[in-house]
Design a protein around this ligand. Structure first.
Ligand code: DP6
Length: 337
């Protein structure tokens, strides 16, 4: 009862910011993302009677029951798996080992890749027989954005209407081959863990941001329609303008939260201004930012090396990674233990 899976992170073009049901992890709105090749989580799970307790090791560090990191994330996810599939799990404990090839918890969608890989590995190890849609629903119970990392390419996470969450899942809009020239150049401005997790930040925004209602009822529904059309027509300008506006509006909602949720650092601001200047000079590029200080620059392949070169010249940038539309989750024979 051992299996391993690899999943890529994803970067949202229309952001998910807020839940309507915390237990079932149902979002307030739909969202759209690009799965990014190369920002990977690799996870091995083994359910076995030889384990006295669940064991979790991420990036070489062990997490235990009682740690917030464990209880609110993997602990909660395992509880869901045990409640949903009692016949398959029985009273077996599980060992989980996971590694990312990028900084965790710094706004690089580490939980998305991690839970997509974990859900797929659990599905395989326990022979649950879930299809991709069901797998996206299981991954959602670990972290909302993980629901999108199950699929390759361009992905829509449906908000759904039902209270039980049975219509809340992710689906592929287009495969990576639809627009293989698209690039996200990730500028890592800090590798430190962020102070406010997305989960806590979005909860506060729903509760206190005066802009939340307009974000949920007007901004996101409009942006979903525009981005879907821009993807279908491969209209880079409209895609970039809308994704950038969406990110800024999400951060406006977050900044207006009490207490304020501000993810940007000085490096983030420098790149925002640089991208706008480069655009004025005729270099086609747009930025997006998630729950952390990193900036992702959306561009086309023809400009990606030049943009990466310019980003590397900034003093306060720790790393620059070029990513493209990537593959969905997959099972691998390479076990981590
Ligand atoms: C800003 O999926 O990490 O990256 O569901 O609470 O685990 P939880 O939150 P998470 O939030 C991601 C927020 C975001 C936008 C996005 O990826 O859509």
């Amino acid at each position: 009862m051992k299996a391993s899976a690899i999943a890529n992170a994803n970067i949202a073009l229309v952001k998910y910011w807020g839940k309507r049901d915390k237990e079932l992890m149902l979002p307030q709105t739909g969202s759209i993302s690009m799965t990014t090749e190369g920002l990977q989580a690799h996870t091995t799970v083994e359910f076995d009677s030889k384990y006295q307790d669940d064991i979790l090791i991420v990036g070489g560090k062990e997490f235990k029951k009682g740690d917030e990191e464990y209880d609110d994330y993997v602990g909660q996810f395992l509880k869901v798996v045990r409640e949903k599939f009692p016949d398959k799990v029985g009273d077996l404990k599980v060992k989980i080992v996971s590694n990312n090839n990028f900084p965790t918890a710094a706004g690089l969608a580490s939980s998305a890749a991690g839970f997509a890989a974990l859900a797929a590995a659990v599905n395989e190890a326990l022979k649950l027989g879930l299809d991709d849609k069901e797998l996206s629903m299981l991954a959602r119970r670990g972290s909302g954005s993980a629901t999108r990392s199950i699929h390759a390419g361009f992905v829509e996470w449906h908000r759904g209407e039902k209270e039980d969450g049975s219509d809340c899942y992710a689906e592929q809009l287009f495969p990576p081959e639809h627009w293989p020239e698209l690039r996200m150049v990730v500028a890592v401005t800090s590798k430190k863990d962020k102070k406010i997790k997305s989960r806590a930040g979005m909860k506060q925004s729903v509760a206190t941001s005066p802009y939340y209602k307009v974000w949920r009822d007007e901004v996101v529904p409009k942006h979903i329609e525009i981005i879907k059309k821009a993807l279908a027509e491969k209209d880079f300008k409209v895609l970039g303008e809308t994704a950038e506006a969406n990110a800024l509006m999400m951060h406006a909602v977050a900044i207006a939260t009490t207490p304020p949720v501000i993810y940007w650092n000085a490096g983030t601001m420098d790149i925002i201004h640089a991208v706008m200047d480069w655009r004025d000079e005729g270099l086609e590029c747009f930025f997006t930012i998630d729950g952390g200080p990193q900036v992702k620059v959306l561009c086309l392949e023809k400009d990606s090396d030049e943009i990466a070169r310019r980003l590397r010249e900034f003093e306060n940038i720790e790393d620059v990674i070029i990513t493209k539309p990537g593959s969905g989750v997959r099972i691998t024979d390479e076990h981590l233990f």
